[in-house]
Design a protein around this ligand. Structure first.
Ligand SMILES: Nc1ncnc2c1ncn2[C@@H]1O[C@H](COP(=O)(O)OP(=O)(O)OP(=O)(O)O)[C@@H](O)[C@H]1O
Ligand SMILES: [Mg+2]
Length: 252
């Protein structure tokens, strides 16, 4: 599998109000292969959102390099879809119009993408809600719209920053299964940032474990679960052992 995303010795320090530097990311190096689902786990405030913003080109790194398919980061917009922690839908647009937003931002002809928008809405389980406005949708449904929107311009890589963290546990577990299905159906390369260990292990080929701030990579753990991942996976002994291993690494 070719390398879809390569992060090399990335570091970031912010300038604070008092003009001091605040190190958010120490040094992070890891690769994500094409078609892989990789999760990055780390304690709150360790620099996960900072990392995702740098990968998306929304923030400059202090040092280090990012490359996509061997080419250094440029015009990331067309390569990347992003799902943030809050769905960030436009309240005056219905679900379909929200999903079509990236097409408008890229100045493409919307009518040519209507069918794809409908397909994506179906893929995330929202068929029949195309005309609904965000305030008429539950939190979980709004996140589904945000996921469909992030896939609209057919990005090579989907970046997700704790997209399910605000959801109740029942909805979250269902969304995890649905996201796995989206991954299987689209074969996208996915990088998910989360502080939920169970979620990271359930969904990923690889879990990258970060230290507390300034983040460094403590461990890369490959997850080999036999069979199809689903609701039953949580009871699987191998799965439970992986979760323990991640917990252990985080605590070290
Ligand atoms: N724009 C900014 N200016 C200064 N400091 C910042 C800025 N953004 C984030 N930070 C600091 O950088 C550190 C890392 O923040 P970041 O949001 O990347 O953490 P995180 O791992 O995503 O946390 P969480 O799990 O709570 O979302 C924090 O200490 C935060 O206060
Ligand atoms: Mg964050």
């Amino acid at each position: 599998m070719p390398t879809a995303l390569s992060i090399l010795e990335l570091s970031k320090s912010y300038e604070t109000k008092t003009k001091d530097r605040m190190d958010a990311i120490g040094s992070i190096t890891f690769d994500v292969n094409e078609g892989e689902f990789v999760s990055v786990v780390g304690p709150s405030g360790c620099g996960k959102t900072t990392l995702l913003k740098i990968i998306a080109g929304l923030l400059e790194p202090s040092k280090g390099a990012i490359s996509f398919f061997g080419v250094s980061q440029n015009n990331a917009m067309k390569n990347i879809g992003i799902v943030f922690q809050s769905p960030l839908l436009m309240p005056w647009r219905n679900a379909l119009e929200n999903v079509l937003l990236p097409i408008e931002l890229l100045h493409k002809d919307k009518t040519k993408y209507l069918e794809r928008a409908h397909d994506l809405i179906k893929l995330v389980g929202l068929a029949g809600f195309e005309e609904a406005f965000p305030q008429e949708l539950s939190g979980g449904m709004q996140h589904r719209v945000a996921i469909a929107r992030a896939l609209m311009h057919d990005p090579d890589i989907l970046l997700m920053d704790e997209p399910l963290a605000a959801l109740d546990e029942i909805t979250r577990e269902q969304m995890e299964i649905d996201l796995l299905r989206v991954w299987e159906d689209t074969k996208k390369t996915i990088l998910l940032v989360t502080h939920n260990i169970a979620e990271a292990v359930l969904m990923s080929n690889k879990v990258v474990i970060l230290s507390s701030r300034p983040a460094i990579v403590k461990k890369e753990l490959y997850i080999n679960l036999h069979g199809k991942r689903g609701l039953e996976t949580r009871g699987d002994q191998t799965y439970v052992a992986y979760c323990q291993e991640v917990r252990h690494s985080l605590a070290l």
